[in-house]
Design a protein around this ligand. Structure first.
Ligand code: FES
Ligand code: FES
Length: 206
């Protein structure tokens, strides 16, 4: 019987024989790979084993042992004992976890701590002078009542400092645009813009 869809006139090569041959040739490398895998020595390092990491937090080296999957946010809050940086969404959508890394604002929930070994991290705890004098951005937030519950405020302030340093705070529109990654559930936005405007001018004079 001639097989349906086969073409017996083309060197006797049927669809069934092609498929059978393909299956055999596909299985052969798998079998070879399995045999090779059995011969390979076991990988002994435990991928969950803690790794040594040194973060320079607010100019002080902090040595930690961290699972490679630990975010910078969790490293700060749960391992370095610095809970000033807040966890809102934990997946890059609210800005509550903003810190400065080597002077550039970054979402700490989206950064693996082990990738920042030896880098400079600046958090809200490091802004005030040793005598307690507030950073101009902190003082401006106080002066303008730029918060209500305060949960978003550490992230707002760190992000605002980054925004000014980037030169993205020259106009109110710029401030609104470049601070749009920092959400405030209390909607203190007009006061936040006013605070950044004040701090921008003071930071320029400093
Ligand atoms: S906690 Fe990082 S962006 Fe929301
Ligand atoms: S002050 Fe409450 S979320 Fe911003």
């Amino acid at each position: 019987m001639v097989e349906k869809n086969s073409d017996p006139d083309t060197s006797g090569f049927t669809r069934r024989s092609f498929l059978t041959g393909s299956a055999v040739s596909a299985v052969a490398p798998l079998a070879a790979g399995a045999a090779q895998a059995q011969e390979m020595p076991a990988f002994e390092a435990d991928p969950r084993a803690p790794l040594p990491v040194t973060l320079i937090i607010n100019k002080r080296p902090v040595r930690l042992q961290l699972d490679a999957r630990t975010s910078l946010l969790d490293a700060l809050r749960q391992h370095a004992g610095m809970a000033g940086t807040k966890k809102g969404c934990d997946h890059g959508q609210c800005g509550a976890c903003s810190v400065l890394v080597d002077g550039v604002r970054q979402l700490s929930c989206m950064s693996f701590a082990v990738m920042l070994d030896g880098h400079e991290i600046e958090t809200i705890e490091g802004l005030a002078a040793p005598g307690g004098t507030l950073h101009p951005m902190q003082q401006a937030f106080v002066d303008h009542d730029a918060f209500q519950c305060g949960y978003c405020t550490p992230g707002q302030i760190m992000s605002a400092i980054g925004c000014v340093n980037e030169g993205h705070a020259e106009t109110d529109d710029d401030i609104r645009e470049y601070m749009s990654g920092n959400l405030c559930r209390c909607a203190a936005y007009p006061n936040i813009v006013a605070a950044i405007r004040q701090a921008r001018d003071e930071m320029k004079e400093a």
